[in-house]
Design a protein around this ligand. Structure first.
Ligand SMILES: [Zn+2]
Length: 555
């Protein structure tokens, strides 16, 4: 029987279905418009306070329109591809749109070099001479800062062309490999095949968690070398680019993109390193309550038996989860609640638990339509409800910005995670206040503290790993085994060797931990799988964000 809230999102109201000729035409029209814009960008006049203003303002309006269309189309096909990871047609469209990215890059390169070549006085007078330019002053000033991190124009354009089949292609390879991964697990006496996102580690039965974990690890190990190749080449391209730019610090570029000082990042990690030992008490207590000597990876999401004994169910239906999110957000702010209700009722969320979906969760924006879409796989856990809150936090951030000029709606990743983490914290705190039994309180506290472990230990491990990987990669490629060794060492350091663990291939970074510092009050939120990425093909980090579970091999 269908529930109150649809499990599948509505994409058809955004663009024609990719299987129709109308969609192919929409892509072709976009290509023509973008090609025209790139030609115009090649011929933009030099920036001066007079003379060039009208041409630039008119160009700016068209640039804005086509950028919205580009983002809308990329988000649209990405949504379809995430919902059906093996669909070849969707992949072809993704490739077709990716092949147009150098045209977008050409526009940005022209704009950034023109802005860079103007003196500060010329730029200021130019910006103040037209309402569109004035409204987009911040965007233009950011373009000037970006230009300082660029190669010569010809090299930039060549790099953008090569990136289609180079650095950006690795992201699509990851999506295909992880989407096609099938994991064989036992269910009711039968061997069944599941997608990575469908595997659960929260069974009350330790043997079930353990078997799922081993099956999951075995499956990921089958593509370990391909993943290692991807990581080596992504890192290699970056290091080559940084060398050309004269950058000796591999963090200089991500810090610049997050509009952040190195000192801020270091202050955050040192505060985390100083205080996180308190979490060892939680890990010890959880092991004790589960009746095991030491926690294993597959125990971290296990429900506490003391919580279920007093009537607290570890399962929650999608409708209940949705109602809970709406109610909680409404209590915090009616506007926030109205938005969540709008998103559920207008089918902005894809949550169905079915094979063939990509793993992880994300929120992606359609600035041209003033809408967003949320992707996840709801497997009836409270953790999933937190994920819903997290992604709706991103969506709400976009919603409150929707009337701003499109170029000003963009924000860096560290800021993006603030909205989502905050939304999760609101949900967690309200749940704690309303919980009636000590068992339920225990379950909620367990969830909150495991989030703290995710942020302060898991994300820290990924950061240490990436840091060491970038340094070692400078001298050559690393094998999958060496990557695992580096990850194990990073985990030992980040988890204070608090419990049993083994290595795995990790993902990225520091923005999530930054957000937690910014967004959380008494508790820390975001699930253990938290880490959000900008799409590889975007010229700047956009507000699409995704969460990938850490991929752990062996315990
Ligand atoms: Zn996020």
């Amino acid at each position: 029987m269908p529930g109150k809230y649809a499990l599948n999102w509505d994409l058809d109201s955004l663009f024609p279905n990719p299987q129709t000729a109308d969609f192919a035409k929409a892509v072709e029209d976009y290509k023509q418009a973008l090609t025209g814009l790139a030609r115009r960008a090649d011929e933009l006049p030099k920036i001066t306070a007079s003379g060039s203003v009208a041409t630039w303002a008119e160009f700016g309006g068209e640039f804005e329109r086509i950028e919205c269309l580009a983002t809308d189309l990329l988000s649209f096909i990405n949504c379809h591809a995430a919902g059906d990871a093996t669909n070849k047609l969707f992949r072809q469209f993704e490739a077709q749109l990716a092949a147009l990215e150098p045209l977008r890059e050409r526009v940005y390169t022209n704009v950034e070099f023109a802005v860079r070549d103007a003196t500060p006085a010329e730029l200021s007078a130019f910006i103040n001479a037209d309402p569109w330019l004035k409204k987009n002053a911040f965007f233009l000033e950011q373009r000037r800062k970006n230009a300082a991190m660029r190669l010569e124009k010809g090299e930039e354009l060549l790099a953008a062309d090569l990136a289609v089949d180079g650095i950006h292609a690795w992201g699509r390879l990851y999506d295909r490999l992880s989407g096609e991964l099938r994991i064989k697990v036992m269910e009711k006496g039968e061997v069944v095949e599941k997608s990575a996102s469908q595997i659960r580690f929260d069974s009350p039965e330790r043997t079930v968690r353990q078997n799922n974990f081993y099956a999951f690890s075995k499956s990921w190990k089958s593509i370990a070398d391909s993943c290692a190749d991807s990581l080596n080449h992504i890192c290699g391209v970056r290091l080559t680019t940084y060398k050309r730019l004269g950058l000796t610090d591999h963090l200089a570029m991500p810090l610049h993109r997050n509009r952040m000082q190195r000192g801020t990042l270091e202050a955050m990690w040192s505060a985390i390193a100083r205080r996180k030992h308190v979490l060892l008490k939680y890990l010890d207590a959880k092991a004790r309550l589960l009746g095991v000597k030491k926690l294993c990876w597959y125990d971290t999401q296990a429900p506490l038996p003391q919580a279920s004994e007093v009537g607290h169910s570890a399962e929650i239906s999608y409708d209940e989860g949705a109602e809970r999110v709406i109610e909680t957000f409404t209590k915090f702010s009616p506007h926030f609640g109205e938005f969540a209700s709008h998103a559920f009722n207008n089918r902005w969320i894809e949550s169905e638990n079915r094979p063939g979906k990509r793993q992880g969760a994300f929120c992606t924006g359609f600035p041209g339509r003033k809408q967003t879409r949320v992707f996840m796989t709801f497997t009836n856990t409270y953790d999933n409800v937190s994920t819903l809150a997290h992604e709706l936090g991103h969506a709400y951030h976009s919603w409150v910005l929707r009337e701003q000029p499109p170029f000003l709606q963009d924000y860096p990743m560290n800021l993006a995670e603030t909205a989502s983490t905050f939304a999760e914290a609101v949900l967690g705190e309200q749940r704690l206040i309303e919980s009636k039994s000590s068992g339920e309180k225990l379950a909620i506290l367990d969830h909150m503290l495991s989030d703290a472990v995710a942020f302060l230990m898991n994300i820290h491990a990924r950061f240490i790993f990436e840091n060491n990987f970038h340094q070692e990669r400078g001298t050559g490629e690393l094998t999958a085994e060496r990557l695992s060794e580096l990850m194990l060492a990073a985990q030992k350091e980040a988890y204070l060797e608090g419990w049993m663990m083994k290595a795995g291939i990790p993902t990225s970074g520091f923005p999530s931990s930054i957000s937690i510092s910014a967004a959380c009050r008494s508790t820390i939120s975001l699930t253990r799988s938290a880490t959000c990425f900008p799409p590889a093909s975007s010229p700047w980090p956009k507000k699409a964000a995704s969460r990938f579970p850490i991929n752990i091999a062996g315990c």
